[in-house]
Design a protein around this ligand. Structure first.
Ligand code: ADP
Length: 404
């Protein structure tokens, strides 16, 4: 099936026209600065090696205008890849937060839209933008089947001991305060691909997936289902990230606010989301390539940031092996997981006692393409698998529209 995958942000709309069977991407791009001066659309044709990507500067007053333009590009006589909109079988939307209402993907109807609206308090920045993307597609392609794929859904199988916080129970009942987890589409995709690579059914495997990018999270996937994940109520929890602090003692907030009474809770929120993580520690950058360079040049805090990141990933790997009573495979994915052998090596260093060991040469040579990097005598497979959230969304969209 030919699926249009849409990832709408508050002022952006990323799109990919993708074949859900073989994963071929016919067109992709981004509409940027929607509703802001200086908006533009990029349009690429990954299926054509000689295609010069287009950058079109034009007024995009809202998501609907952007969507209309995307469709006209896709079906354009000169640069398009389809004859008409009719060739698009369905649209798959990435939606950030599905709360407890969505444990899977859903064909979008009025009830689903209402339920996504109900989850706005949990995803105040993303859910309204995702709804704007859905509305824009409904307007531009009336009657076309549309599917919502949630970042939180894959984690809904966690048992209550893993998702509850030890706070007054009424916070859970009244406000929905609990661990939800994110990057679900990526964790689901790479765990399924890992099972394929190992030639075994996912239902027989215990897999730890490490999605390490600007935002990073790990998941424990036991017999095909997520049983724990490192992000929480929001994507701030877990390992330290590019600019997010990850797990800290919650009492730090009160302490710091008492030390510096000028700080407001909004400041704290900004500092913990945007000024912490490896950026906060190093004072250099949130980008791991910059940190590696600074560290090589002798910057001690950049080196510390890298060490802390790998150490926390390692602690989660150990704890998830304990949570599942063993582990068959550890999977690295996303920008850092796919491209940074030093972090992969450091994150499993010393885990030989658990059967986790990488082969240094294989680890160095697998960048971007992925592969098995475990040492010959390892009992646990260590795999690098490039993530593909768009393909997962396209597959889910195909599955749901065929069922409908
Ligand atoms: P996001 O969470 O924004 O999708 P990514 O998965 O693209 O982020 O990860 C970005 C991180 O991956 C950055 O810290 C970057 O330094 C790191 N990285 C390392 N090598 C590469 C590479 N070759 N290409 C892209 N990102 C890389």
């Amino acid at each position: 099936m030919i699926i249009l995958v849409v990832n709408a942000g508050s002022s952006s709309l990323k799109y990919q026209l993708i074949n859900s069977i073989d994963g071929e991407v016919y067109a992709s791009g981004n509409c940027e600065r929607i509703g802001i001066a200086g908006s533009k659309i990029t349009y690429k044709r990954p299926d054509k090696a000689d295609f010069e990507p287009l950058k079109i500067v034009m007024d995009l007053s809202n998501h609907s205008v952007a969507m209309e333009k995307v469709i006209s590009l896709l079906a354009d006589k000169e640069v398009g890849c389809i004859k008409s909109m009719d060739q698009i079988d369905a649209v798959g939307h990435r939606v950030l937060h599905g709360g407890e209402k969505f444990a899977g993907s859903y064909v979008i109807n009025k009830d689903v839209i209402e339920a996504i609206k109900d989850c706005i308090p949990l995803g105040p920045l993303h859910n309204p933008a995702n709804l704007a993307g859905i509305e824009a597609c409904q307007k531009a392609m009336p009657g076309k089947p549309q599917v919502a794929v949630f970042d939180t859904a894959f984690h809904q199988t966690m048992p209550e001991e893993a998702y509850m916080y030890a706070l007054p129970y009424s916070y859970y009942e009244d406000y929905g305060v609990r661990r939800y987890g994110f990057h679900g589409t990526s964790h689901q995709y790479v765990s399924q691909e890992a099972a394929k690579a190992l030639g075994r059914p996912a239902e027989s495997l215990k897999i730890i997936t490490c999605h390490l990018g600007n935002g990073s999270s790990l998941a424990a996937v036991k017999y095909g289902k997520c049983v724990d994940t490192s992000m929480g109520l929001t994507p701030l929890a877990g390992v330290p990230m590019g600019t997010r602090c990850g797990d800290i003692d919650p009492a730090v907030i009160k302490y710091v606010m008492e030390e510096d009474p000028s700080l407001t809770i909004k400041d704290i929120d900004r500092i913990m989301n945007k000024e912490s993580g490896v950026l906060g520690i190093s004072g250099v950058s949130s980008d791991f390539r910059d940190l590696a360079q600074a560290s090589e040049q002798g910057n001690q805090r950049a080196a510390l940031a890298l060490k802390m990141f790998a150490y926390h990933v390692k602690k989660y790997i150990g704890s998830y092996a304990a949570a599942m009573g063993g582990v068959d495979a550890v999977v690295f994915t996303a920008g850092i997981g796919e491209n940074t052998p030093e972090i992969r090596e450091a994150a499993v260093e010393g885990l030989g006692f658990m059967g986790i060991k990488v082969d240094p040469a294989k680890n160095l040579s697998c960048n971007r393409v992925g592969g098995d990097i475990s040492a010959a005598d390892a009992t646990v497979k260590v795999l690098v698998i490039p993530t593909n959230e768009e393909l997962m969304i396209a597959r889910e969209t195909e599955r749901l529209t065929k069922q409908a």
